[in-house]
Design a protein around this ligand. Structure first.
Ligand SMILES: [Zn+2]
Length: 412
């Protein structure tokens, strides 16, 4: 366990925050610091074909140790941290044998991680909890995932009596800004399927996510002296507002859960001459997703009928539900589920209300469900991870590798 903790801390100490305003890959130069360190470490533990490409994607191979044909499987994690909160000078705290009460993250600023607000903490009584000092995020998202993959590979190298097929691993930049999969070389990776280690609590196993689109509505108004504006002024703000008022009132993030989709408009900028609203559409169901897009188009044509062609809409698909790509190869979920059951971990299978790199990779030809990495409260100062959860995720990786070899033996 100490090894897992030390390894994890060595990663979170390196600032790897990504930046959505940058067009380069990786979006920030500092991500190279961890990418290079990981490539070195993988060589040190004995991984083969360790590579790091011009976009900082790190890949490596654990070669098979049996002479039977077993499919190559992969494990993927991202090394950037969210731009939402500072990831510089992370100073983690380690609480051993957690007693179950409040954890004071920062005495000076009175920042407290409390189980009365963060319910999930209660299940980790007696465990070793790694937290922030209240001034940064922790970066368990997704350095916990990296820790688990590296530790599992090291374990398999040190225990050659565990028979396994070929395993590929990859660490990617820029997941937090939605670009982790963009420059992922699926062909070079060469796995038949893979798992992202990027979920939250122990047991999570996910292969359904939103279908997602971005929406931009633009209104062109006409500014006239307000005292003499009758029949002449077109106020872009009021027309944009009219558009918003036509949206179904209950289909918004604050009123939806489980498999319910929504419209979410998160930005409104405007004056009389020009207004712009930006939003997103989310739905697990592909037909409902398409219907949502059609509804917005209809609203626009409605407004055009009433006010003339001064309003326009741009809808761009962002990613799709990976379920369509996973269901035809459902054994890859079954193996992960069985691995958890064999380890007495109760699988928690539920749809993700978001996307993962795995959803994009699934559409790029690499089916890729998501597995827990153990952390909680991502992207903020209350982020924490129990060391025991990282150990469990590590065990799940080892078990999946083992079961895959077994599964394909029985098949033959
Ligand atoms: Zn993540």
């Amino acid at each position: 366990m100490q090894k897992i903790i030390d390894r994890f801390i060595s990663y979170v100490k390196i600032d790897t925050q990504s930046n959505p305003d940058s067009d380069s890959t990786p979006s920030t130069k500092k991500q190279w610091d961890l990418a290079n360190k990981l490539a070195e470490e993988l060589k040190t533990i004995g991984m083969e074909d360790v590579s790091i490409d011009e976009n900082a994607y790190v890949m490596a191979t654990l070669p098979t140790n049996i002479d039977r044909k077993i499919p190559t499987i992969g494990f993927i994690a991202h090394f950037d941290t969210s731009p939402d909160f500072s990831g510089a000078n992370i100073n983690p705290k380690i609480i051993e044998n957690y007693k179950g009460g409040d954890i004071v993250l920062n005495e000076e600023e009175n920042i407290i991680l409390s189980p009365s607000y963060f319910d999930d903490l209660k299940q980790y009584k007696g465990q070793t909890i790694i937290t922030t000092d209240g001034t940064t995020l922790l970066g368990a998202d997704d350095k916990a995932g990296i820790t688990e993959i590296v530790t599992a590979m090291e374990y398999l190298i040190d225990n050659p009596h565990i028979h396994h097929g070929p395993v590929r691993i990859a660490f990617t930049p820029d997941e937090e800004i939605g670009r982790g999969a963009h420059k992922f070389d699926v062909k070079k990776f060469g796995a038949e399927w893979a798992y992202t280690m990027d979920g939250s609590q122990v047991g999570e196993l996910e292969y359904e996510n939103f279908n997602a689109a971005g929406v931009k509505v633009t209104v062109k108004g006409k500014s006239v002296h307000p005292g003499y504006a009758k029949g002449k002024m077109i106020n872009a703000i009021t027309i944009a507002n009219e558009f918003l008022s036509m949206l179904p009132k209950k289909e918004m993030p604050q009123f939806t859960h489980h498999r319910e989709g929504f419209f979410h408009f998160y930005e409104f900028k405007g004056n009389v001459e020009h207004a712009e609203i930006n939003g997103i559409i989310r739905d697990h169901d592909r037909d409902k997703f398409d219907a949502r897009k059609e509804l917005l188009e209809r609203m626009i044509s409605d407004l055009t009928d009433r006010f003339g062609s001064i309003i326009s809409i741009e809808i761009k698909d962002q990613y799709y539900n990976m379920k369509e790509k996973i269901e035809p190869v459902m054994h890859i979920v079954d193996i992960a589920e069985q691995a958890m059951l064999d380890l007495n971990i109760e699988p928690i299978i539920k749809p993700i209300r978001g996307g993962t790199d795995g959803s994009q990779l699934s559409y790029m030809g690499l089916p890729c469900p998501n597995i827990f990495a153990g952390g909680h409260n991502f992207h903020g100062r209350y982020e924490y991870v129990p060391a025991e959860s990282m150990k469990k995720a590590t065990d799940v990786i080892v078990k999946i590798v083992e079961l895959t070899a077994k599964y394909y033996n029985d098949e033959a």
